[in-house]
Ligand binder design. Structure first.
Ligand code: SF4
Ligand code: SF4
Length: 72
């Protein structure tokens, strides 16, 4: 899969209170950046996330979102 540097402009965030911990995002993330915290909700490792948006597209609950990273 081709990954441009552009992607790092974005990152994924999710609405943890609405996440159903299905684990779909964990499986589709190409960077292994997502884990399920204590079986309750998905959490994203910002350091690993390249902002590709695949998790957003695949989240069945619509609670994963690709957002612009704040300028450092
Ligand atoms: S945006 Fe891409 S790299 Fe970041 S958590 Fe989602 S699937 Fe993984
Ligand atoms: S795919 Fe969506 S609902 Fe499922 S664990 Fe990931 S963020 Fe939560």
């Amino acid at each position: 899969m081709y990954i441009s540097n552009d992607m790092a402009k974005y990152k994924a965030i999710n609405e943890q209170d609405r996440c159903v911990a299905c684990g779909v995002c964990v499986k589709v993330c190409p960077k292994d950046a997502i884990s399920i915290y204590k079986g309750c909700y998905a959490q994203i490792d910002e350091e690993k996330c390249i902002g590709c948006g695949i998790c957003e597209k695949n989240c069945p609950a619509g609670v994963m979102h690709k957002v612009l990273r704040q300028p450092v």
